[in-house]
Design a protein around this ligand. Structure first.
Ligand code: NDP
Length: 317
């Protein structure tokens, strides 16, 4: 039996602000883009609450609502937005060959990679054991479950600071576990954390183990064992929730060995461009940006990727 192949001009992988903006521009340029939304439709903004810094929303906007609006806008322009995950992308020759988890095969003249980045975890065994049962990578998603209870946030960057401040309004106490004697977070965020009486910063501490109880399938966290890296001293803190906020890694596993990546795995794009080392393949958003990582910069690069795709395709005709 021969496999049916859909031929598309522009194939967009990922549905964050970069992907949707690319879809809006590509649709308006008559490229009839097909988008696969990926594992987390709407991307990282669907795991946040209020976005205050996206221009055009004077009162702020809820992250999931903004992403739903972007999807509607892309679809209204004609983008074919599909729920599903790209399982294989062969970028070795044109047209590029793509397979998806709904059993579809595509040949694409151009590809826009907008697969974003995902939260990093510590990588200790007990963290894996209690994931979803006390261990979380998203304070705004799960904070509510710990109302009135003590929790810990690991990390010293803006994400950790933001998470600790957010949780301080819900929980009884926040321990912020910081591996150095200073925060990486911006000065204003760092000061807010330091000034907050509900947050105790445990400087120079790392997590050795997360502990809890297990009763059949029911698991719950009740503490963490920490080590002071300066003195070697260990101590236990009593907590019900453990939030990991130590940064992100780019979602580029699908393209390893095919496309040029930097040491951290981010896609390398040409200066002032979204072009990758493969002609016809463009990258936009957090998957190629480890510096700004903002919704607005992702959206801007999605626009660039669509414009560059359209120019590239018209040069091939
Ligand atoms: P960052 O990379 O900035 O910070 C990560 C933090 O986690 C650092 O304090 C780091 O420690 C710590 N860390 C990393 N690995 C470990 C580990 N294995 N164990 C313990 N601690 C660890 O990531 P963020 O997600 O905080 O921020 C990413 C970017 O997004 C930044 O540019 C940030 O400014 C931006 N951002 C902006 C916001 C805003 O403007 N409202 C909100 C959120 C993020 P160390 O310092 O020792 O390396």
């Amino acid at each position: 039996m021969t496999q049916e192949i859909e031929k598309v001009k522009s194939f967009i992988i990922g549905s964050g602000p970069a992907g949707y903006t690319a879809a809006i521009y590509a649709s308006r340029a008559n490229l009839s883009p097909v988008m696969y939304q990926g594992m987390e439709p709407g991307g990282q903004l669907t795991t946040t609450t209020e976005v205050e810094n996206f221009p055009g929303y004077p009162e702020g906007v809820e992250g999931p609502a903004m992403m739903a609006d972007l999807q509607k806008q892309a679809e209204r322009m004609g983008a074919d937005v599909r729920w599903g995950v790209v399982t294989k992308a062969d970028l070795s020759e044109r047209p590029f060959k793509i397979e998806t988890d709904d059993g579809k095969y595509f040949e694409a003249e151009s590809v826009i990679i907008a697969t974003g980045a995902s939260a990093k975890y510590l990588g200790i065994e007990s963290e894996e054991k209690y994931k979803g049962a006390g261990v979380s990578g998203c304070a705004t998603c799960d904070g509510f479950f710990y109302k009135g209870k003590p929790v810990a946030v690991v990390g010293g960057g803006d994400t950790a600071a933001e998470d600790a401040l957010y949780l301080s309004n819900i929980v009884s106490k926040v321990y912020m576990i910081v591996r150095r004697d200073e925060l990486r977070a911006s000065k204003v965020m760092a000061q807010r954390v330091i000034d907050n009486p509900a947050i105790e910063i445990l400087w120079n501490h790392v997590t050795k183990e997360i502990v809890g109880t297990e009763n059949g399938f029911m698991k719950s966290v009740n503490g963490a064992i920490l080590e002071n890296v300066k003195t070697g001293e260990e101590k236990k803190i009593d907590i019900d929730g453990f939030f990991v906020a130590i940064g992100h890694h780019p979602n580029t596993q699908l393209f390893e060995g095919q496309i040029d990546l930097d040491q951290q795995g981010y896609i390398i794009t040409k200066p002032n461009s979204t072009a990758t080392n493969i002609e016809g393949v463009f990258a936009a958003g957090d998957v190629q940006d480890h510096i700004f990582r903002q919704a607005i910069t992702a959206a801007g690069s999605g626009c660039m990727a669509a414009i560059e795709s359209e120019r590239w395709i018209s040069e091939q005709d």
